[in-house]
Design a protein around this ligand. Structure first.
Ligand SMILES: C[S@@+](CC[C@H](N)C(=O)[O-])C[C@H]1O[C@@H](n2cnc3c(N)ncnc32)[C@H](O)[C@@H]1O
Length: 255
C-alpha cells in the first residue's frame, strides 16, 4: 500500500500490534534540497525533497513525535531499523534508548557503500548508519543473513553477515536507478527485510522515497505499507510497484 502522507498521519492509520518491521530512512538533515535526476522516459522536473531542519534539536523532535506515534503499531516481536548517517546517528541512538530502552538495542549496522565522501581534510565518509532495536529483546524475529565469504579459507562458501554490510551504492547505469535522490539499493533492503521480518509478515516504511523497501518486500514475500510526503516519491514508488506486478521489471536483488 502506497500513501501520500506525513509519517505522523500515516502512523495514526496503523492497526495496533500489526507490524513486524519498521524501516525508516528519514531526511538526514543535510541542510540541502536533495535533487535527483530526470529519466528519459519521464521528461519532467527532477524529483527533489527538502532535507533541512532549523536545528538538530528540531530534527530530533520531528523524529521523536513520529516514532512515538508509530510504536503502538509494532508487535512485541517487531524490529526497528532506523537509517541515518554521521550527522544524527549519535542523537538517534540516544532517542531510541530513551523511547525503547537501552536494553532493546541490537546492532549499530554500517552500510559501507564505497562511493563519494572524500576530502583532503578528513577520512572519506563512505558509510551510513542503521540502528537496529527490538521491541522485546527476548522475542524479536531475526533470521541471520548469509553473505559470500571473503577469506581464502572459505572462498566460495557463505558466512553469517557481520554488522558491516558491504553493498555498493546504486551506480548511474544500474537498472534499478529511478532518478529519485538518496535512493537505496535493493540488495540492502532485501537483506534487511529478509533478516528482520518473517515470511508473510508486514513491513512499514514511513519515508519510502522511491519505494525500495516496498519492492524488496514484494520480492521477499512480505507485505508492505508505506507513505511519503513528497508527490514525486509516491509517483515513482507506484510506477515501480506497478511495473513489478506487470513484468517483474525491478531486477531481483539476489540476481
Ligand atoms: C532518504 S529519503 C528515502 C529514500 C528511500 N529509502 C529510497 O530508497 O528511495 C527520505 C524521504 O523522506 C520523505 N519525507 C520527508 N519528510 C517526511 C514526512 N514528514 N513524512 C513522510 N515522508 C517524509 C522525503 O520526501 C524523502 O522521500
Amino acid at each position: 500500500m502506497v500513501t501520500r502522507a506525513d509519517w505522523l498521519d500515516f502512523a495514526a492509520t496503523l492497526a495496533p500490534g500489526s507490524v513486524d518491521l519498521l524501516y525508516a530512512d528519514p531526511p538526514f538533515n543535510t541542510g540541502k534540497v536533495q535533487r535527483g535526476r530526470t529519466r528519459e522516459d519521464t521528461p519532467s522536473a527532477p524529483p527533489s525533497y527538502h532535507d533541512a531542519f532549523e536545528t538538530t534539536a528540531h530534527w530530533v523532535r520531528w523524529l521523536r513525535d513520529r516514532l512515538v506515534a508509530t510504536l503502538p503499531a509494532l508487535k512485541p516481536s517487531a524490529c526497528v531499523l532506523l537509517h541515518i548517517d554521521w550527522r544524527t546517528s549519535h542523537h538517534a541512538r540516544l532517542l531510541l534508548d530513551d523511547l525503547l530502552g537501552a536494553d532493546r538495542f541490537v546492532n549499530h549496522l554500517i552500510w559501507s557503500y564505497g562511493l563519494g565522501g572524500s576530502s583532503p581534510r578528513r577520512f572519506a565518509r563512505k558509510h551510513d548508519d542503521i540502528l537496529f532495536y527490538a521491541m522485546d529483546p527476548d522475542r524479536y524475529f531475526f533470521d541471520p543473513p548469509m553473505v559470500p565469504a571473503t577469506s581464502n579459507r572459505m572462498r566460495g562458501e557463505l558466512k553469517k553477515a557481520t554488522d558491516v554490510l558491504d553493498i555498493p551504492a546504486i551506480n548511474n547505469m544500474a537498472a534499478e536507478r529511478t532518478g529519485y535522490p538518496t535512493q537505496k539499493p535493493l540488495a540492502l533492503l532485501d537483506l534487511l527485510v529478509r533478516a528482520c521480518c518473517p515470511q508473510g509478515g508486514l513491513v512499514i516504511d514511513p519515508c519510502f522515497g522511491s519505494g525500495t523497501t516496498l519492492v524488496a518486500a514484494a520480492h521477499a514475500g512480505r507485505a508492505a505499507h508505506g507513505c511519503d510526503a513528497n508527490p514525486d516519491a509516491v509517483a515513482i514508488a507506484r510506477a515501480r510497484l506497478t511495473a513489478l506486478d506487470r513484468v517483474g521489471s525491478d531486477p531481483d536483488p539476489r540476481g
